[in-house]
Design a binder for this molecule. Structure first.
Ligand code: AMP
Length: 516
């Protein structure tokens, strides 16, 4: 028989020989109990009991298991148990409300739903109406029916045999345009990516990861967790990111992964110093663009150069700045090189390759690229080219040395008076101006130009830049068609849990500016 391609088996093979060592240590400052220690044996036994519970339900092959719970070590164990049992894991953002959960459950038709005890009433009503047969609860304090039910099961379990193309997880995209789509990822997609990153980022014995990201998204669930598990590395686990706790734990750690906003919050702490970061080997950023200012400031304060990488739900990780200096420097503002085995190309709207340095649509290929959108064959067909490359929807460029730069999502591209306007260029110009901390540039309907450029700007603490003065400065620096017609100075930009600016909300708020 072929070797079992179950992702869990590969992760399990990464556990150290001494299973009594600590695998996960909790570090939440707001938890009144002392820090909890889970050994590798605990992970093995806990996931076996949960997998045996799932096996006892006798579910059809390919059944989905949807989970909307607060982050906890047990929630991670349950993810691993779903893999181990050979079922399909479907994580849901904890921020989703009734209508959204109704859509996901109706669309995915999970056999099992796990939710927070406090949401059992309404979640179970939605789930049972959609044909779900089992609803369990799991709190972030080990409460709920899931662990109670698992407790009576054996702590020995042989991982289900799965092929590399069998589904491991469905991640719903954030759906900022139209309905959210379920990206189907196979055991092979996820394992190949985890193995590539293990080598590329130089995971080594003795590494300790601070895990402070949510686990309903590709970054925290796959990149961070798989990295540590495959390497048999201890995790210092925070259910919620808390900058002071992270800084207090840095001296016990070597690797940290964050979205850009986490780095901004770390930088706001005086405790972030070179001394605090002395044991650290690697700081990684992704999921949203890292401002060059954050990149530079972090280097000054910590002595470390953040490694920025790029990926998405449909593909896991695609590109990374080099870890190894011999492969090149880590260049702020870029997302580095295509990972080994990953193809990245930039094409124009007709599909012809763009010369290096030119901006165009980014397409990718590789063993990490997903199997298609759940129950949306037409949408899947639209998003792949005839030669099998996935259209990421990102716009970017590759320079002569091979560094990839993301300019934005193609749907964020503004066409004003027939000219293409790339929001990232105007945002970069604005962010350079005195008194500006950050900005988001959007297009809104305009009777003459089709779309007009509008900028939403966040002031630096203590300054209050004048909107008209910013427009005048843009005029002095950029071609007229790129200049924002209106600038709004605000306290904050709307962001989702992964730190991405929600431009759809800004567009909605300002859509009537010129047409009302
Ligand atoms: P998601 O599927 O939620 O992970 O979102 C994926 C999208 O996030 C990508 O298609 C990019 O638009 C964006 N993204 C991820 N990493 C980066 C990065 N390092 N720089 C800029 N955009 C990024």
């Amino acid at each position: 028989m072929n070797q079992n391609a179950n992702l869990f088996s590969a992760l399990r093979a990464g556990f150290p020989a001494d299973l009594d060592r600590v695998a996960i240590e909790t570090a939440d400052a707001n938890v009144d109990t002392a820090s909890l220690h889970y050994t590798w044996r605990d992970l093995d036994r806990g996931t076996a009991m949960l997998a045996n519970l799932l096996a006892s339900l006798d579910l059809p092959a390919g059944s989905r298991v949807a989970v909307q719970t607060e982050k906890s070590v047990e929630a991670l164990m349950f993810y691993l148990a779903v893999l181990r049992a050979g079922l399909v894991y479907l994580p849901l953002n904890t921020a989703y409300q009734r209508d959204e959960i109704g859509y996901f459950i109706g669309n995915a038709e999970p056999a099992v739903v796990v939710c927070s005890p406090k949401h059992f009433g309404w979640v179970s009503r939605i789930a049972f109406a959609a044909g779900t047969t089992h609803v369990f609860t799991l709190g972030d304090d080990r409460s709920g029916s899931l662990l109670q039910r698992a407790a009576v099961h054996s702590d020995v379990h042989a991982p289900a045999v799965r092929g590399a193309d069998d589904l491991a997880a469905i991640l719903y995209t954030s759906g900022t345009t139209g309905r959210s789509k379920g990206a189907m990822l196979s055991h092979g997609n996820l394992l190949s990516n985890a193995q590539v990153l293990k080598t590329y980022w130089g995971w080594r014995p003795g590494d300790v990861l601070i895990h402070a990201l949510p686990i309903f998204h590709v970054h925290g669930l796959f990149v961070a967790s798989h990295g540590a598990l495959l390497n048999g590395s201890k995790m210092i686990w925070l259910n919620k990111f808390e900058p002071k706790t992270v800084i207090a734990k840095l001296p016990e750690a070597t690797v940290f992964m964050g979205v850009p906003t986490l780095y901004v919050r770390l930088l706001a702490e005086p405790g972030l110093t070179r001394a605090a970061c002395a044991t650290m080997r690697l700081f990684i950023s992704g999921s949203a663009p890292l401002l060059i200012e954050t990149f530079n400031l972090f280097r000054e304060r910590s002595g470390h150069t953040i490694l920025e990488r790029y990926g998405m739900s449909e593909t896991a990780m695609l590109t990374s700045n080099p870890y190894d200096a011999s492969a090149g420097e880590r260049r702020g503002g870029t997302v580095g090189f295509p990972l080994p085995g990953v193809g990245v190309r930039v094409v124009d709207d007709g599909g012809a390759p763009c010369p290096s340095g030119e901006i165009g649509n980014m397409q990718v290929t590789g063993p990490n690229v997903f199997q298609g959108y759940w129950r949306m064959p037409e949408k899947t067909a639209e998003e792949f080219t005839a030669d099998g490359w996935f259209k990421t929807g990102d716009v970017g460029q590759i320079d002569a040395r091979g560094y990839v730069t993301i300019v934005g999502r193609s749907k964020d591209l503004i066409i004003s008076g027939g000219f293409n306007v790339y929001p990232a260029e105007i945002e970069g110009t604005l962010n350079d101006m005195a008194g500006v901390s950050e900005s988001a540039v959007i297009g809104v309907p305009h009777p003459d130009f089709g779309e007009a450029v509008v900028a939403v700007v966040v002031a630096r603490p203590g300054s209050s830049p004048d909107a008209n003065a910013l427009i005048a400065e843009l005029k002095a620096r950029l071609a007229n068609f790129k200049v924002a017609k209106r600038v709004f100075v605000v306290g904050d930009l709307p962001r989702n849990a992964m730190g991405k600016v929600q431009k759809n909300l800004l567009r909605e708020a300002h859509k009537g500016l010129f047409t009302a």
